[in-house]
Design a protein around this ligand. Sequence first.
Ligand code: PHE
Ligand code: FE
Length: 304
Amino acid sequence: MANTTLSRPPSTAPDWTISQRWDRYTSAEHAMWDRLFARQAAMLRGRVAPAFLDGLDMLRMSRPGIPDFMELSERLMKATGWQVVAVPGLIPDDVFFDHLANRRFVAGNFIRTPQQLDYLQEPDVFHDVFGHVPLLANPVFADYMQAYGIGGQRAASGGVIERLSRLYWYTVEFGLIRGRDDELKIYGAGIVSSHGESVFALDDPSPNRLGFDVKRLMRTPYRIDDYQQTYFVIDSFDDLLHRTLDADFGPLYHELAQAPDYEIDTIGPGDTIYTRGTQAYARMKRAHDKADRPEAAGAPARGD
Ligand code: PHE
Ligand code: FE
């Protein structure tokens, strides 16, 4: 995701990209990728949307080592016209939106250390590439990502990025989808790349799982420090694309300017409920935080 109060490092191009420097990865770094890949590939079988596995396949991502963005982009370009470009870390919102609007996905080029196996604060190449890139080989999802970038440019000019970023969060990062057998599956990159959350998001009784609704979702805050308390379930990528691309968010942003947020764990009368969560996990974590640090609540790490 992106930010606005950043200054561009001198090593970056005007569009904030850098060279991936694939030849600079050490064998330990490639081994780190392989370890994460093997662990997630095993975990995701039967849990992830089939389109994700199709993407891994089509892009030949199961070959060992951190993918070379040039080669990955070549395959992706043939499939859907997308490219993967490297950036050093967080980039400003407008730069992020411009890349998406032009079918360029920005990815961090560094990989987590063994100490960061399960938690790191900035998205690394495993989260960005393993998590996000496979679905970019899907034509419908590829169109959604580009539409999001264009929508972002529009939201930025209206000063309503926070509303739109909730849509990104609850779909691209933490979305669930109804499978053909009506079982829920994962497609959000933040879940897909997380060992813990790929179980939690589907199986844990704690979080709410609610039907996707743009207006509702734009009124729902999200957590960057721990597993989500609410997930939203789409019917299909086609349905997601139509409900967002075909809608004019202008009047919606205007209407939502007066609307209060939902509590992060609340279910409302209009919600379609797949799971009414117990919220036991979030409550347990809150109790621990209070015991550890009486004056401050909330933990720093992000569970990519
Ligand atoms: N239709 C949205 C708008 O009017 C743009 C958008 C499309 C945003 C798809 C996100 C995803 O701004
Ligand atoms: Fe991400």
